[in-house]
Design a binder for this molecule. Sequence first.
Ligand code: ZN
Ligand code: ZN
Ligand code: ZN
Ligand code: ZN
Ligand code: ZN
Ligand code: ZN
Length: 742
Amino acid sequence: MYSDQYNTIENPTSLPSSTYFQEYYLQDENRVQKLLDILFDPHQSLPEIIQKYLTILKSYLSGRQSFEGFCKELQKYDNSILCGCVWTNSTISYRCRTCAINPCMSLCSDCFYAGNHDKHDANMFRSIGGGVCDCGDIEVMNSNGFCKSHGPNRIPNESIPLKLIQSSQIILPRLLLIYYIVFFLVSITAECCICQSKDDQNPLGLVVRLSDSGVLGIREVSSTPDNYLPLSIDDNNKSSLNDPLICCQFNLKRNGKEYLSTEKQIEESNRTCAQFYEEKIRTMLEMFTEESVSESMTISWRTGIIITSCGHSMHLSCYKEYFKSHTKKTASENDPHIEFKCPMCRQKSNGLIYIPQIDTQIESNENLIETISNLIEKNIKICIFPLIAEWLTNFIEKIYLMVNKNYRTIDKQIKQPSDDILALFLTSILRFNLENDILIRDTPFIDSTIINRKSCFRELFYICNLKYPYLLNHSHILLWHRIATGHMNTKLNNNEQTVPLLLSDSVVLLLRIMLSLPYLITRELYRVIVQVLFNLTYIQALFTIISEMNKTEQEIWSRISVDKNKNNMSEYLRMISSKLFQSNFNSNIDNTKISSLESINALIRERCGNFIKIAALIQHYLYQSITWWIPDHHLHFDHLSKNLIKELKLYNNDEPYWFSNDSLLIINNWLDEVLTVDKQQSILKIIHAIPVFHSPQFIELPTCYSDLFRSCNHRRCSYCQELIIEPILCLICGIVYSQERT
Ligand SMILES: [Zn+2]
Ligand SMILES: [Zn+2]
Ligand SMILES: [Zn+2]
Ligand SMILES: [Zn+2]
Ligand SMILES: [Zn+2]
Ligand SMILES: [Zn+2]
């Protein structure tokens, strides 16, 4: 992005002089930025830039005076309490025993002579190991000895003249930015690590590792000890081995059985996240068409593929050569189990993902909702070179084959992926990578090798985005209309059995809408989509909360007085409560406690939390490419979602922002969709099961290992159902595999 400007001044000696810089360049923001583009060309290394331009940069900062003079002048405006002046070996410094609280105190000569130490027991000394001036520090010396510029009662200096630091304010941020780019982005502006050429005709890919992981679907560890090891054998037949409620793999057998409510509660507290979600899918499949369910859910929590990269890139052709010479002759590139080492860093890898080269511009008109509608309606299919098309298809197939076949589709009977299934699969893989990312970022202690690998969400999203429009039918434009305007173009009737929006997973809807748009829609449009879906998520949360109330409480809320000028939360609360009250849609729990408005608000935020995290993460990967390689996930992540909340003013006055004038009509239509489905009990079950994934914890191991060994005997692998010869126990989920599986 900087290269053409760089070509205009090739010889750095022709850079403007310091005076010219101050008088001419600094006077115009654009002009000065262009010059800095040349100076800080990101293709050069930082040491090179410093070496070449340090003298001139210093003179730009200091203006007419020398750099030293400039620094001295800056000190005059220093307003800090402590002097903190540091010196190294054999510098003259001072000590005053009269003022000292700590005998090791020392002062710089400026502060000593400016302070009042007349007739004090003071001496000058040559410090041996260097030191720091303590002037201003009340813990080290008596405040009477402070000079007038330091200490809590110092006379404040006048504020710094803008002119003095004008150029620093412009240059220093750029210097930091280049530091950033050089250290974190080097790998993407990258060249092929095999041939080192930057041949644009030859497509580049990122060396990746596809790893099969079930970590998301793991047990939500309950506080009861001892019951989450599926293999422990103890007396009373209470072994978790025999308890179908504890172990993931037996859960399917319970399908369709009715349990007593207490038993059900116990079961719920021990269920894994994956079970939670699968139960939800099953219930939905009983009520709605499979097509519709697959459009409102994601699958594969038990096994999904996480795609990460070491950050090195290769040409597709160089990769093919490398692959051939570094793996067995019979190995197929498409086999995900064939691994090779990255030629640069030797990290284990098993694929190459296409690095997108996009510069599409989207025209948008005033009405952003309409712009999005038009784009979805047009269903733009990007033409891709056959070579790349084949590459993408192979990559998708590779992911598909890696996922355990039982978890690739909603319906386990289906062998060949139809368009619907493939679309569901792509959405699920994207979701899986995002959720995994959140889990890693939320886990306080995590192996640094995981952090060192970079997410490939952007690339992954791109290949899904190229494929997705080919899988689409008309349903997405209708979906978008329902979400954005509440419009039911074709009035949903019960016979069609479409999943109501309030029962859909809003993260899935976000991904589906994004995928149905041409890559990379503007950030502005992205934010509109997030806002629209946030509103849905918000109302979903409120709907869930109200439907969990009993009739009495609903009645109370339906009478709440509402300030007509403000279309705020209590208005939605009143409206949804009265509608559910009239439809007799409630839980029959006997509860005299009435929630407060505050607690309802807090519950809403909690329920919207996951959506916001995901939306923030997508925004981060797709729109903040400058910062996307930063290795420090933890610090950064909280910041991401907070930023999104702020940018979109999501919690402004507890009120979603609506693009339509009649938000109540939209909400009303959404409610009608649910209320025409007349299976209240099932609906209650669906809305309760929101997927929230937890950080993995290790299972507890039995005290007696022989129990464990015995129980592993004659077991069948939970994946392939073959008898296990060399069993492996997963310490996270407690499932036993056969050696070959791994
Ligand atoms: Zn001082
Ligand atoms: Zn000092
Ligand atoms: Zn003194
Ligand atoms: Zn190459
Ligand atoms: Zn590498
Ligand atoms: Zn496991």
